[in-house]
Structures are given as structure tokens and as C-alpha cells.
Design a protein around this ligand. Sequence first.
Ligand SMILES: C[S@@+](CC[C@H](N)C(=O)[O-])C[C@H]1O[C@@H](n2cnc3c(N)ncnc32)[C@H](O)[C@@H]1O
Length: 276
Amino acid sequence: MIEAKVGETKKEVFLAEPGEDATLACVPRNALRQPKGLATTDQVRRAYDVMSVDYDTGRDRSLYFRIIEAIEAKSIFENVSFACPVTVLEVGCGTGRFIELVSREAKSTVVGLDYSPRMLEVAAAKPYSTVRANIALVNGKAGALPFKNGSFDLVYSFKTLPHVQDTVKAVGEMARVAKRRGAVILEFYNSLSLSRLVRRFGFLTKWHTPAKAKRIAEGAGLTVKRVYGARTVIPAGLVCDVPFLSTALRRLECSISATRLAKLSGYYILACQKRR
Ligand SMILES: C[S@@+](CC[C@H](N)C(=O)[O-])C[C@H]1O[C@@H](n2cnc3c(N)ncnc32)[C@H](O)[C@@H]1O
């Protein structure tokens, strides 16, 4: 059931339900200090149900997100060959921004899973979702993926693991459903980054050091092949809207995304391979 209605303001998403943390539930979004305990999965889901209304508009307009998404896409296309058919799962696919791109290349089934029904509705309404028969959109949780072991050649997740209650479990699930020697691409929010310093008031997010992220991946039976970083030098998203500066920042971010400086990036991406 979807409680959040189109047009509700974002702070109303935090209205408490019985048994939820009322302190967290009643404060407005912009005053939400990084909670001691992470918000519940249902609070996150309701927040994204509301955000689904303008999620794409905000990103389509933003040069900042174009830079981030270009680096995320690079982490897929540099590590997976689409020469043969590839079965794909995106965990936390949201409005399907990457499903569109990947389903064009995959020549096999592409599944987008998300816990927010409203985000999935936006994905389902996009023209490519109806045109391409190989796309399936599934409502489910990252911590309990409804797929058999070894189902996918590629499993990836962007900007979702930081919202998940049990990161170890979710990464374990992604590794479980990947085929042996399949690709698993994970994105974490880096606690050793400029963006962490600037974003003192996080929104429903968890932060990991690069070392911790690597340990989580390896503990799930994955070998880290490459790392990528996005938002390494960009201090705040709005800076990208300054003419000329945006071009320079895009070039700089893309050129350093796969270097050692990635360890200081806000978005830290691990391109892994399943070992067994
Ligand atoms: C910031 S959005 C990212 C969407 C998409 N990956 C992108 O890059 O545009 C995070 C998404 O994760 C989903 N999400 C959060 N927690 C989840 C969970 N436990 N299981 C599945 N999806 C979850 C949200 O509903 C939301 O659509």
C-alpha cells in the first residue's frame, strides 16, 4: 500500500507510523541530523515514494548528476562485455535511469528491483519499458532478493546501499544471485570524502570508508577488480551550474575517477567479480 500521495511535501514523509521513531519522523527533512540508527526500510520507501514525483526532473536538469551518472555508467561498461547476451539485475533501480541504458545493450533479461512502488511506477511508464520486452520491474527489498542463486551475469546498485539497513546482508544477496565469475558493481558513500565533510546533515544515509566497503565486498565472496570515484573535487552540486566551471569539473572528475584519488570521492564504486 502506498501512503505517500503525489503533491505531499517531502517533510510529511516522516510522519510516524505506530512503532516508528517519532523523533525522527516529525522533523523536517532539511533539519534531519544523521540519525544514530538508520531510518527504517519503510521510512526510506515512503521518502522515495514522495520523491518519485520529481526525481527525474531534478536529475535531468542537473549537470552535477550528469557527471555522477556518467562515471557510474563507465563502471558498468568498462567491466562488462555486452558482446554476448547478458542477464542483468539492478538493485534499487528507482525510476529506471540505468535500466534504459543497460537494456539497450544486454540482449537478454534486465530486471530492475526497488522497494518503492512509486519509483517503479515512474520506471514502468517510460517508453522504453513498454517497447523493450526484456525488461522486468520487481518490487522487493535489497536484503531479501527474490531470485535463485547464480541467476545474473551482472548485478549492480547505485546510490542504494547507503539506504539499506543491513549492508552486509544486501551485498551478500547481490553476490548470491550473481553467476560464478559474474560482475557485481557496488556503490557506497565514502566517509573519507569532501562531500561527507560538507554534508554534515545526511539524509537517511550510511557512510563507509573505502577499506570497510572493500571488506564487505570480499566478505561476500567478491574480488574487487577496479574502483571508481565520483564527486571527488566537486564541493557541492550547485557549483556544477556555474558556466565554464561545470565543463572543467566534468573533465577533472572523469579523468581522476579511476585513479587513486577515487579513495577520496563521495561516491565510491567497487567493480567486483564473484569468486565461486
Ligand atoms: C537514490 S535512489 C537511486 C535510484 C537509481 N539507482 C539511480 O541511481 O537513479 C535510491 C533507491 O533505492 C531504493 N531503496 C532504498 N532502500 C531499498 C531497499 N532496502 N531495497 C530496495 N530498494 C531500496 C529507493 O526506493 C530508491 O529508489
